[in-house]
Design a protein around this ligand. Structure first.
Ligand code: DGT
Ligand code: CA
Ligand code: CA
Ligand code: ZN
Length: 577
């Protein structure tokens, strides 16, 4: 049972209790446990085996006992009891916009509806029109919500959300009367996936702006609209389809609306508590004292009134960001990145030549770039046999010599084989400038075996970085089971970097893992793994992830000068023997 499995069971218990009408305190305590377990960077099974579940934040003796029960037997009796009372098909209805636990309870208890099919039939027959709390608008939204759900299951990768937001933001800024447009929500916080896009507009004439917005070319459906809000579906073929939540506000309270709609809910709840301590109240329109506005125009003013510095959105997760002294002052930014150390070309499975990739890297102002093709075992990815790598090395070095303005290095992305051995001999690796190693096959479910394999690679004196350490693909493949604690310790001890693979399908290490690495003083490399010139842009998602992990400039190896990277490689090689 993985951490994610355990978290899901606890979330489910929370929802079931809520449907039953249990009190919010009890419901939230299970949500809290789910979140804690989900964010863990160690295997929950190990924590349980050591008898340390009770040390986890929000996990009391009762929850610890339930986790033990779950890990030991695969089930929790409380959940079984709840499912004996509440039909589990009801849980699926919660994915429909407008249906929360409360409405789900009404559907079930008052209408006898427990499944999506029954709900659809009831909607089609108009049977819900007389139910209290289900107005005509809600019913229309519900119907459209179901259609949308059936077309696009689940959450959208940050990269896709980013592309759509850029296009949509441009169109909105071009509309008449719009003074300012910004995105809020999970997108602004740099979360790895987004549920919907939250768009905020400042204008003196909200009605007119909403009207223009609903008519934008890419808006394919209007789920709901008022004079200041619009909830729509946009379709940017071939990028994809997304729900967009528009709010139109006056410029005078833009900061308050931006803060509120950026969230996270937990972060804003803390701010509201801080306001309450001062006898004030914080809402969507401003920070107020008995109706008098204290601050509303900018986020900075609101934070300042609450005796806080402005907190970057990526940190707004209630993960300690209110401890002003703990928040790094030199948080990493995109500008700090000085080169890319993980790049593929047509020599293996890339789409552009070395020269084209070098030109693109120079265009970004990079000081160095390392070419890292796949190794021989990755045959499908065009991995190079030893002789071919040697030829490629000579080619790249010749090109490097001819090239001014950027250092071009030759490395490899060498496969870590099943037994932890590397796919090239040390004598060959020793000739390269920078070596990254990664697992591409045989990612089993055995955490101990996976960990042993990675640790062996870390201990090789020629391996400088472990690429995409957990191998996950967002929305497609789970992270492999791994003892990250052990991996971080060994990486720090041996002077080996761990990668934040910036590709928006990977983001691996993810935020919480990178935060663990930082705690262990592991050097981090943020790389794009670019297979084409347009993929260097992905670096921004790696930087967002690093910021969510609170990484400082100094934590990231490729913010340093070329000579420092060489010194980093040399230092590990010097430990050999
Ligand atoms: P998502 O869309 O699931 O990726 O996550 P968010 O964080 O973008 O959540 P979303 O779109 O539901 O709402 C955007 C932000 O607006 C959220 O982070 C906090 C705020 N917000 C929305 N609804 C509520 C609410 O009912 N109460 C409070 N306190 N804040 C809310
Ligand atoms: Ca959102
Ligand atoms: Ca939203
Ligand atoms: Zn790669």
């Amino acid at each position: 049972m993985t951490n994610a499995d355990v978290a899901q069971v606890f979330n489910e218990i929370a929802v079931l209790l809520e449907i039953k009408g249990e009190d919010a305190f009890r419901v939230n305590s299970y949500r809290r446990v789910a979140r804690t377990v989900n964010d863990l960077t160690v295997d929950i099974n190990d924590v349980a085996a050591r008898g340390e579940l009770g040390d986890l934040p929000g996990v009391g003796p009762g929850s610890a006992e339930k986790i033990h029960e779950l890990l030991g037997t695969g089930r929790v009796s409380l959940r079984e009891q709840l499912l004996a009372e509440v039909p589990d098909s009801l849980l699926r209805l919660l994915a429909v916009p407008t249906i929360g636990p409360k409405r789900a309870a009404v559907l079930w208890k008052e209408c006898g509806i427990t499944s999506m099919d029954e709900l659809k039939a009831a909607l089609a027959a108009g049977r819900l029109a007389t139910v209290k709390g289900f107005g005509p608008k809600t019913l229309i939204q519900m119907e459209r919500g179901i259609e949308f759900l059936e077309r696009s299951a689940g959450r959208t990768r940050l990269g896709m959300g980013w592309k759509v937001s850029t296009l949509l933001g441009g169109a909105v800024l071009a509309m008449k009367g719009v003074e300012r447009a910004e995105f809020a929500g999970s997108l602004r916080r740099g979360c790895e996936t987004v549920g919907d896009l939250d768009l905020l507009c400042a204008t003196e004439d909200p009605e007119q702006v909403v009207r223009q917005f609903l008519k934008l070319q890419h808006v394919t459906e209007v789920l709901s609209a008022t004079t200041t809000k619009g909830l729509v579906i946009v379709d940017y073929e071939p990028i994809g389809t997304l729900r967009v939540d528009l709010r139109v506000v006056p410029a005078a309270s833009f900061g308050a609306a931006w803060l509120w709609n950026t969230g996270s809910r937990e972060h804003v709840a803390r701010l509201r508590a801080r306001a309450a301590e001062r006898g004030w109240s914080l809402g969507e329109t401003g920070l107020t004292a008995g109706g008098r506005v204290i601050a509303s125009q900018t986020e900075e003013e609101i934070y300042a009134a609450l005796d806080l510095p402005w907190i970057p959105p990526e940190l707004r997760e209630d993960r300690g960001e209110f401890d002003v002294r703990a928040v790094p002052r030199d948080l990493l930014t995109l500008k700090h990145i000085r080169g890319d150390l993980h790049v593929h070309t047509t020599a293996s499975d890339g789409r552009n030549t070395v020269a084209e990739m070098v030109e693109a890297a120079m265009g970004r102002g990079y000081e160095y770039m390392c070419v890292t093709e796949h190794s021989q075992s990755s045959a499908i990815a065009g991995g190079l046999k030893e002789a071919l790598l040697i030829g490629h090395m000579l080619d790249v070095r010749a090109l490097a010599k001819r090239t001014e303005g950027i250092r071009v290095w030759i490395g490899t992305e060498v496969d870590i084989l099943a037994d932890g051995a590397l796919d090239y001999p040390d004598e060959l690796l020793a000739q390269l400038d920078f070596v990254i190693a990664s697992v591409h096959s045989g990612m089993g479910s055995d955490s101990a075996a996976n960990t042993r394999r990675t640790l062996a690679a870390i201990r090789n004196p020629y391996v400088n970085c472990i690429a995409h350490p957990t191998g996950r693909l967002i929305n497609e493949r789970e992270a492999m089971a791994l003892d990250l604690e052990a991996i971080c310790q060994e990486a720090a001890r041996t002077g080996t970097a761990l990668e934040i693979n910036a590709n928006n399908f990977r983001l691996d290490l993810r935020d919480e893992h990178a935060r663990l690495a930082r705690a262990h003083h592991v050097p981090i490399v943020i790389s794009t793994d670019a297979h084409a010139v347009d993929q260097f842009d992905q670096i921004q998602f790696g930087v967002l992830t690093a910021r969510r992990a609170w990484l400082r400039r100094g934590d990231v190896l490729n913010t340093r000068a070329a000579k420092d990277i060489r010194a980093f490689v040399a230092a590990k090689r010097a430990t050999k023997g």
